[in-house]
Design a protein around this ligand. Structure first.
Ligand code: SAH
Length: 364
């Protein structure tokens, strides 16, 4: 059993070349042993940037009046989903700003239903696997989303440090609400994902080590995490200079977080996120070398991407979805891994916990 100090040591190895290389080798070995060389793609559909929250770090927070708000139509989203299925992705991730109004909730339910019914095929008898990422909702809403066909849900805790959480959110947002949401999701039967931002102002190695222990203690199924990157139209832009100055270290810390998480939770799915690629063009591939096994290539049409800027410098704004995929596949093959096709690519940890799960998917 890893202690807080063990994990802190793993993380701190990002400050020394030899230790960092050893950490990478160990994380990769653990990955290959427990989840294998396969990489799972999820077609990422950022279907709306309308948001009712005001998180201090986020570029699509409701108080940012400088961005143009958009919402894709049901037809547009379903088309992107079908495209993902044709490309062999097996799974998609639907993400948007947070809204809890009935119009939004009903819309998401309709979209889920239509995607499930229109993507069934011989290759995918249960349709596309769907990960939903639309923030904090009531248990009833989570249940309705689940019943409509979402089977994985991603809700980042952002940080498990109560003081840091309070520092980066308005007073009406609470750490305990997120924790309760994660519990609801688990009770309903979702494969549950969470994650944190790395390199927040004032965040210590001990904070990050506690985050990793938290992932283990709640027996999480999936992780999506990456560097915190400042956005100029947010209250946290006052830390922009510090954030820019430390980018290389924050990048290495993020890779160390992926590695430590893989070592502590060997059978979960871990995503190499776009934010990594923002700092270094090869960042997501580095994420895979340090223990990630999931990638979420963007399918959001280029015209909308520039309005879904959670942070500055988001890459691939003009690339089309096919180029994105081909680029990634080439890079993945160059590191001796390969991309799974027409599979949901579920968390092995989840199925280990629920071996007799009646709704264990056929296309997992
Ligand atoms: N509203 C949804 C999804 C959109 S935000 C939700 O709350 O889940 C998705 C994630 O982007 C957030 O959880 C946060 O961790 C990350 N994010 C937001 N702003 C960021 C920034 N400036 N730098 C890095 N990550 C950021």
């Amino acid at each position: 059993m890893h202690t807080l100090d063990d994990i802190k040591d793993l993380l701190q190895s990002c400050e020394n070349e030899d230790d960092f290389a050893r950490l990478q080798a160990r994380a990769l070995e653990t990955t290959l042993q427990h989840v294998g060389p396969e990489i799972h793609f999820r077609g990422l559909i950022e279907f709306s940037n309308v948001c009712s929250r005001d998180c201090f770090y986020c570029g699509i927070r409701k108080s940012n009046k400088k961005i143009q708000r958009y919402s894709l139509s049901q037809e547009e989203i379903v088309e992107l989903a079908k495209w993902s299925a044709q490309e062999g992705y097996g799974s998609i991730a639907l993400q948007s700003g947070e809204r809890c109004d009935p119009v939004f909730v009903d819309f998401v339910i309709e979209v889920l239903r239509q995607i499930k019914s229109e993507t069934r095929s011989e290759l995918l008898p249960d349709g596309l696997g769907i990960t939903l990422c639309v923030g904090e909702q009531t248990k009833e809403t989570y249940q309705r989303f689940f019943d409509a066909g979402a089977h994985r849900y991603l809700l980042r805790i952002e940080t498990t440090s109560p003081s840091l959480f309070a520092q980066i959110h308005p007073t009406e947002q609470h750490l305990h609400t997120r924790l309760r949401s994660l519990e609801f999701l688990k009770e309903i039967g979702y494969q549950v994902g969470t994650g944190v931002m790395i390199g927040l102002p004032g965040q210590t190695y001990e904070d990050l080590a506690r985050d990793v222990l938290f992932f283990r203690d709640i027996d999480i199924d999936m992780i999506g995490m990456g560097p915190y990157l400042s956005h100029h139209d947010t209250p946290m832009s006052r830390y922009a200079e510090e954030n820019n100055r430390n980018r290389l270290l924050i990048f290495r810390k993020s890779l160390a977080m992926i590695a430590a998480t893989r070592i502590v939770c060997p059978k979960i799915n871990i995503a190499a996120t776009t934010a990594l690629q923002t700092i270094d063009p090869a960042g997501r591939i580095d994420g895979l070398r340090f223990g990630a096994n999931v990638l979420m290539p963007q399918t959001t049409p280029p015209g909308f991407r520039r309005n879904y800027l959670l942070y500055e410098g988001k890459p691939g704004l003009d690339e089309n979805a096919l180029e994105t995929r081909l680029n990634l596949e080439r890079q993945i093959e160059s590191i001796g891994r390969y991309v799974s096709k027409n599979k949901w690519g579920d968390s092995l940890r989840f199925h280990e916990k629920h071996p007799q799960s009646p709704d264990s998917p056929s296309g997992k």
